[in-house]
Design a protein around this ligand. Structure first.
Ligand code: MD3
Ligand code: FE
Length: 203
């Protein structure tokens, strides 16, 4: 389903087996060193979703090769299979050139976590961002490239869903105003929500 030009939502893109595999990989990445951390913004804010990075470490608002705002360890490598998954996502949706993904940001949400409206503009590449969701259903708010406010479209993202953001949607404001606790597929064994985004650093 096209939500806006360059923004395509594919419900249930990952079958249950692939969801379990991806979840197990995320649990391994979350372990120290360079594991899950709480992100603090320069303004004194704290992100409620906790995060782990692969390939390049994101910290507000730049990328580094070590966890400069955490344990200082080298960032975990970005695996080839994850880049292949990202290219398959683009092939299945927008098409166009096959991106060389080199960053994954994995966000862990409990039922109270949120993500405010923001733009992802720290990557020096206009390659599409691939987003994969696991666990609880959330309300994903997809806005516009001009303002943090309306007009926006609210879409429910469920476990196994794919969302690809390219072209004019790459710099659109977006956020997660709400997570529906207790809605994860019972067989998955996840409390809360997990989102994996794949990006090209351009570095
Ligand atoms: C649109 N993550 O990691 S996924 C983020 O569910 C982020 O964790 C949310 O926003 C999450 O930056 C939303 C959907 C998403 C991710 C990246 C985008 C939408 C995007 C980048 C550009 C445009
Ligand atoms: Fe974002």
């Amino acid at each position: 389903t096209q939500v806006a030009p360059g923004a395509v939502h594919v419900p249930d893109w990952l079958d249950t087996e692939h969801q379990s595999e991806l979840l197990e990989a995320c649990r391994a990445w979350a372990r120290p060193p360079a594991g899950l951390r709480t992100v603090r913004t320069p303004g004194g804010g704290t992100m409620t979703a906790r995060q782990v990075c692969l390939g390049w470490h994101w910290h507000p608002y730049a990328y580094a090769r070590t966890v400069v705002d955490g344990d200082g360890a080298p960032v975990k490598p970005f695996p080839d299979w994850l880049g292949e998954l990202g290219r398959r996502a683009v092939r299945d949706t927008l098409g166009g050139p096959a991106p060389a993904y080199d960053i994954a940001l994995v966000n862990f949400y409990d039922a109270d976590a949120r993500m405010g409206m923001h733009r992802d503009s720290d990557e020096k590449s206009d390659a599409p961002v691939v987003s994969l969701s696991l666990g609880d259903t959330c309300v994903f708010r997809f806005g516009n490239p001009e303002t943090r406010t309306r007009p926006y479209t609210d879409v429910e993202l469920r476990s196994g869903d794919l969302f690809v953001f390219g072209g004019p949607s790459r710099l659109a404001y977006h956020g997660v105003p709400r997570v529906h606790g207790g809605t994860a597929p019972p067989g998955l064994g996840l409390t809360g929500r997990l989102n994996i985004t794949l990006r090209v650093s351009g570095l």
